[in-house]
Design a protein around this ligand. Structure first.
Ligand code: ADP
Ligand code: MG
Length: 236
């Protein structure tokens, strides 16, 4: 699904992402974890096209996308669940999703887009809020809308950067269930998360970054026992 080879990004003298290589397999959920400042968000920005790398390659479904702009990546099925364009607060939830469905993949017929929107409303539990204005949602509903908008573009791979931030434990648990249902639809997920119970519950595999480098990779139980990983977290 996704293959990253030797990806690096510098900000002046700082090597924020340092020769990162990783893979996401079809249907897989991969977590990227690491201490604050490890380079996780920078990596995600490189994947979604908000930033361009200094070195390395990104292959998505067999095609090199390293230098494509974000929209071109979205059209190819790479979905990002936040803030490329924030929701239109004066439009309803349904209208927001319709915009995502129509423009996420240009040329989508209106009837097809409407069908996708109904499906996404059901899946994310937003159906009762379909006619509410996006600007009047609670934090949890807002997070659902962010996810729903990404899903409306029908991604093959969903990129998530700390989407659970600010949620209460019970709400985070609900969000975990939602992401599991999304994966059951055949969508692969790469997510950044600092809540370890969420990582344990969701991730098939975990990649650990520290100072921009991959320092460990494997199942949750493996990487959390790794001495380098323990040191990286204790060291901050
Ligand atoms: P994480 O998401 O793992 O907390 P980031 O990817 O946000 O880490 O940041 C990695 C490092 O790059 C940090 O030291 C951060 O200060 C720096 N950084 C991030 N974005 C920029 C930027 N646009 N310009 C300069 N430095 C940046
Ligand atoms: Mg970050």
């Amino acid at each position: 699904m996704l293959k990253v080879e030797g990806l690096s990004k510098r900000f002046g003298g700082l090597l924020a992402v340092n020769r990162v290589s990783l893979k996401v397999r079809p249907g897989e959920i991969l977590a990227v974890i690491g201490p604050n400042g490890a380079g996780k968000s920078t990596l995600l920005n490189l994947l979604s096209g908000l930033l361009l790398p200094d070195e390395g390659r990104i292959l998505f479904r067999g095609e090199e996308i390293t230098h494509l702009p974000p929209e071109a990546r979205a059209w190819r099925g790479l979905g990002r669940a936040f803030q490329i364009v924030s929701p239109f607060p004066e439009m309803t939830v349904r209208e927001n999703l319709l915009v995502g469905a129509l423009f996420g993949k240009p040329g989508t017929p209106k009837r097809e887009a409407e069908r996708v929107v109904e499906e996404v409303l059901e899946l994310t539990g937003l159906a009762p809020k379909a006619h509410h204005l996006a600007g009047e949602l609670t934090l949890l509903e807002d997070k659902r809308l962010e996810l729903a908008r990404a899903l409306a573009t029908r991604p093959n791979l969903l990129l998530l950067d700390e989407v659970m931030a600010g949620l209460r434990p019970k709400e985070a648990q609900e969000a975990v269930g939602l992401l599991q249902r999304i994966r059951a639809r055949g969508v692969s997920i790469l997510f950044i998360e600092h809540l370890m119970p969420v990582v344990r519950a969701l991730a098939d595999r975990v990649v650990v970054l520290d100072y921009g480098e991959v320092i460990a990779e494997g199942r949750y139980e493996e990487v959390t026992q790794d001495p380098r990983v323990r040191e990286a977290y204790l060291g901050r």
